[in-house]
Design a protein around this ligand. Sequence first.
Ligand code: 1HN
Length: 348
Amino acid sequence: MSAVLKSNEQAERKAYYDKIGKADVAPLWEVLHGLVIKEPKSPCQPAIWKWQQMRPWIMESGQLITAEEAERRVLILENPGVRGKSRITNSLYAGLQLILPGEIARAHRHTQSALRFVIEGKGAYTTVDGERVNMTPGDFIITPSWCWHDHGNPGNEPVIWLDGLDVQIVELLDAQFMERPDEKSQKTRGTAGSALARFGQTMLPLNYKASTSTSPLFWYPYDRSRGALEELKGAEDPHPSHGWKLQYVNPANGKSAMPTIGTYLQMLPKNFRGKNYRATDATAFTVMEGTGKVIIGDRTFEYEPKDVFIAPSWINYRFETTAESVIFSFSDRPVQQALDLWREQDAA
Ligand code: 1HN
């Protein structure tokens, strides 16, 4: 309240607030204008995590703690505007996970959904409800809500991937559950290759009935997704802000591959001068190929492969490339769309 009050009025109101406050009651008029604002004003900030800096720290974590002791050996990418809250945006968690040769990360399951985007190294696998996927850089892999999952690295090089989880969405709703089985690694009943055959060929098993809204195709190999962008590049002009951008979908319903997290892959041509764009879904990006700059609000970041950066809600961003770039991204867009909240704005 900005009105000028006489001191007796002020004292009277304070006494009243104190009285009702003791019974957990509060006056809306003191907070209304902070609750209902003209447009999003996120506490999250634009930020970049440079691979050059992160890689040595990730490798150092491998000397400090085993995957076994850590359960998951991950460095969380915390948005500088909301430190200490284990989040990269208000609604989403992101981290970089390391698994060294010979290690396993034990099985568990939880109601939070996870995505993996493989950043570096070959020879590791993740098993999702008994189906094993060998992880290759650029692959997008889903661990759906309440599915058993464990990781392992029988290969001979360290493997690092980006984890994205809907931790803060599930927390907002107080719907967290988790379980650990007795066995540390699941028995595998097949490989993700069979999921690709069943669901990844614009065909479906005759008797397929979805039991959840998460994609039954939980492995989207990089060569296929990148190949699609390469085709588009030959077929149509790039979007003025996004270049050629595709969303990963659930082939059984045409919707987002994950119900809570939207996932995207885009290609930007060399010397692209992108137009400003903003949307209400704060978006985390990781660079698979290429170099350039991304201008987010009043910050300019040079990007290289494996860097991670974040464009907060409703802040303009644009790309200026120096080499053809391929960039993976994720956000809470499907949640906002399901609730009729999502808005976007292209540059005028
Ligand atoms: C989790 O289960 C994994 O399974 C990674 O690899 C990161 C962050 C928060 C909560 C659960 C994993 C996680 C996580």
